[in-house]
Design a binder for this molecule. Structure first.
Ligand SMILES: Cc1ncc(C[n+]2csc(CCOP(=O)(O)OP(=O)(O)O)c2C)c(N)n1
Ligand SMILES: [Mg+2]
Length: 354
């Protein structure tokens, strides 16, 4: 891809965007990056602990796919979930506070980076088991169909998840039962400690859809407009034909797998710099918008300044928020523990044994 060039700017789904809507999509991508950079800073200061997987480099993917969803379309993803959370409209404070493990976080400070949730916005997490969210995504699609709701599920997975058995089981049932699900492979070329090329046979990954008679498409994930156009098509297929789609979206992860991954052991630093120079998704949109006179230097600077200020304010909010009490640790784990009146059997719950 050449920065600033896209064959999809005039696609109907993009053509109907107003100037403000174009800029808002750009703003969302900048907000995600500034949020992630602030997380990294807080992590390095020891204010955030545990896992932290950043979305830097992949912003056009979450923003592009989620921006074309309809009112009844749901979202479920793996542990690299910050971008999706902000893209569905979650508040930066509730996301940052979750990183800090504070009660004001979206999961009351008990989930952390990997478990952002917002069911009100149709966002079903945030899952740590590689590929574990794919049967759940197919299940959400099943539930929509079962209830006669014309919606779909956008179910994201990493390129490192594609060899998990559960992923194949989910593909199979989705195709067999005509489920309205879009499986979105975020192919950022690397999983944990190794590359996609060294861990998966059969390329491209879209080929695997053939085995299930599932439609598939390959997408340039750093072109916001291409992501929107191709996701809209897949969602239309889900809504109108109740058929699944496999989208392999090519993207790139600028940082290691997590904060504790020294990624220099499996890729060259020059590769990252080279990609950033030639393919950065935020710079790509900025150039497209500048060319169409939809973004000037003052607007660009203001968007950036506001995103930095918002991320900084969310860190201050999080620092000022309290930690959950030790008692809260057993709440929100099992439905039956919190609602004993709904318990239907005498099975033993982990906490009963303590
Ligand atoms: C079932 C299972 N096996 C192993 C792990 C450890 N693990 C966490 S992330 C990861 C790599 C996943 O890579 P990918 O799907 O490409 O996602 P990315 O980190 O690039 O977003 C592994 C092996 C896990 N969480 N779950
Ligand atoms: Mg990956």
């Amino acid at each position: 891809m050449t920065l600033g060039k896209t064959a999809f700017f005039k696609d109907p789904i993009n053509q109907k965007l107003s100037a403000d809507e174009h800029r808002e999509l750009y703003r969302l991508m900048v907000r995600i990056r500034r949020f992630e950079e602030r997380c990294v800073q807080a992590y390095q200061q020891g204010k955030i602990g545990g896992f932290c997987h950043t979305y830097i480099g992949q912003e056009a993917l979450a923003v592009g796919t989620i921006s074309v969803r309809g009112a009844d379309d749901h979202v479920i993803t793996a542990y690299r979930d910050h971008g999706h959370a902000l893209a569905v409209g979650m508040d930066m404070n509730s996301c940052m506070a979750e990183m800090y493990g504070k009660v004001t976080g979206c999961s009351k400070g008990k989930g952390g980076s990997m478990h952002f949730f917002d069911p009100q916005r149709g966002f079903w997490g945030g899952h740590g088991i590689v590929g574990g969210q794919t049967p759940l995504g197919a299940g959400i699609a099943f539930a929509l169909k079962y209830r006669d709701i014309k919606g779909a599920c956008l179910c994201y997975l990493g390129d490192g998840a594609v060899n998990q058995g559960a992923v194949h089981e989910a593909y199979n049932l989705a195709a067999l039962w005509n489920l309205p699900v879009v499986f979105v492979i975020e192919n950022n070329r690397y999983s944990m400690g190794t590359s996609q090329a060294r861990s998966s046979a059969g390329y491209p990954l879209t080929k695997r859809a053939l085995a299930f008679d599932m439609d598939a498409d390959s997408v340039a994930g750093n072109d916001l407009y291409e992501v929107r156009a191709k996701t809209a098509k897949a969602l239309q297929r889900a809504h109108e034909l109740s058929r699944p789609t496999l989208l392999e979206i090519h993207t790139y992860r600028y940082r290691g797998h997590s904060m504790s991954d020294p990624d220099q052991t499996y890729r060259e630093k020059t590769e990252i710099e080279d990609y950033r120079q030639k393919n950065d998704p935020i710079e790509h949109v900025a150039q497209v918008l500048r060319e169409h006179k939809l973004l000037d230097a003052a607007q660009e600077a203001k968007i950036d300044e506001e995103a930095r200020a918002e991320a900084q304010a969310s860190a201050v909010f999080s620092e000022d928020s309290p930690f959950p009490t030790p008692d809260a640790i057993q709440q929100d784990v099992y439905w039956e523990s919190d609602h004993p009146q709904h318990k239907r059997s005498e099975g033993v719950l982990f906490f009963n044994q303590l």
